[in-house]
Every structure is written in C-alpha cells, then in structure tokens.
Design a protein around this ligand. Structure first.
Ligand SMILES: C[S@@+](CC[C@H](N)C(=O)[O-])C[C@H]1O[C@@H](n2cnc3c(N)ncnc32)[C@H](O)[C@@H]1O
Length: 201
C-alpha cells in the first residue's frame, strides 16, 4: 500500500471511544486518546494478525490494540519490565492478550540489567513466531529503541509496520532512530507526542 492510499484510508476509519480512565486521558506516560485511536486506525488499515507492543505501562495503548484484535481475531503480545504493568487493561478486551511482565514485584526504579535481558529474550521468542505490527513505547533511549527495532524487524516481512511513539521531539532517541531507518516509506502523525509510522521494505 502506498503512502497516499494509506493516509486516505486512515481518515475513513471510525475511531473507537473506549470510555473510562484508561482510554487516554490519564496523562503521565500513557498514550493520549488521539494516539490510541490512531493506533486502532492503523491496525484497521494494515490488518495485522500478530501485534507486538513494548511498553505496556497501565495498558492504555494496549486497550486500543486489543479493541482491534477483538474485531479481527488478532493477537496482542505486550511486554514490560515492571510487575504492575497492565493494571488498567480492560477485562472485556483481554481475550486476545498475551501480557509479559515480571512475576515478582519490580518497580521502575528497581529494574536491573538482568530484567531487561529477560524481557528481551521473551520479545525475541515472540518475534520469531511472527509479527506484522510492532509498536514501540518502552524505554525511548536510542540504544533500546535501536535494539528493539533491529532485532524485531529482522524477523518481519516486507510491507509490515512499525509504529514509534514520541518522535515529535528532535533530540529524542526514538526520533533519531526514525530519521535514520531505511524503509519503503515513513510518516510522522502530528499527535501530542508524535507517532512515527514506518513501512518496511
Ligand atoms: C511510556 S510508558 C508506556 C505507555 C503505554 N504504552 C501506555 O499507553 O500506557 C513506558 C513503559 O515502558 C516500560 N519499559 C522500560 N524499559 C523497558 C524495556 N526495556 N522493555 C519493556 N518495557 C520497558 C516502563 O516500565 C513503562 O511502563
């Protein structure tokens, strides 16, 4: 699908209103409602069967991906290094969810290098089984974003999709990565934090 067709199709999607605290008005680290709705629309246009998300946090973006997954019988595998991740994921949408997080209590400031190694192993296992859409919203440092991008996209097919959150700021690690990747085409959506779409070649 070329860029023009894709952008036209996105505007034709009716965005869902999930309602409640977790729909994107919580602020903090969660994606904003407009960004969640855009994630949903991107799924409706590209129709991924296997979605991989890094950076679950409370589950705001996950809920929008799950809304799509429930309609299309897709799977959402989401990963976080914190044990409390996913606490706002809607029970009614959780049938298509695989949530990977530490079993024992780990809070953000207590995350150790070994915890990151462990979650990366799980990410690779899932990616090896197949990914059609990868949404990055974990650690936004250049090192982490590049590790995830390189290792996950190496296992993805041409025409598959990567979405990077937080590409609005020029000096952000994810923006640096977005600018340097070579792909079929890419686009930045003008959302509160900037959502970068990459279509793989
Ligand atoms: C910006 S928040 C994600 C927001 C979430 N997508 C939402 O809409 O609510 C970033 C999350 O990434 C997690 N994180 C940090 N480093 C990580 C890593 N290496 N792998 C997976 N998750 C990580 C943090 O614990 C935090 O919950």
């Amino acid at each position: 699908m070329n860029k023009e067709t894709c952008l036209k199709k996105i505007t034709a999607v009716t965005p869902p209103n999930l309602g409640g605290f977790a729909e994107g008005n919580a602020g903090g680290q969660a994606v904003r409602k407009q960004e969640g709705q855009l994630l949903y629309a991107l799924c409706k246009v590209f129709l991924p069967k296997n979605i991989l998300e890094t950076g679950t946090h409370t589950g705001c973006s996950t809920n929008y991906l799950l809304k799509y997954a429930a309609e299309q019988n897709a799977t959402v595998s989401t990963f976080d290094v914190e044990s409390k991740a996913g606490k706002d994921i809607m029970q009614s949408l959780s049938a298509n969810l695989i949530l990977h997080k530490p079993k024992k209590r780990i809070l953000s400031r207590k995350v150790r290098p070994v915890d990151i190694v462990n979650i990366r192993k799980l990410v690779l296992e899932t990616a090896t089984a197949g990914v059609d859409l990868f949404f990055h919203d974990s650690d936004h440092s250049y090192e982490n974003a590049k590790w995830e991008y390189d290792n996950i996209t190496a296992l993805m097919k041409r025409g598959s999709v990567v979405v990077l959150h937080d590409v609005a700021r020029q000096r952000h690690g994810t923006r640096q990565l977005f600018d340097e990747v070579e792909c079929d085409w890419k686009h930045i959506f003008d959302t509160p934090n900037g959502l970068g779409l990459i279509v793989l070649k």
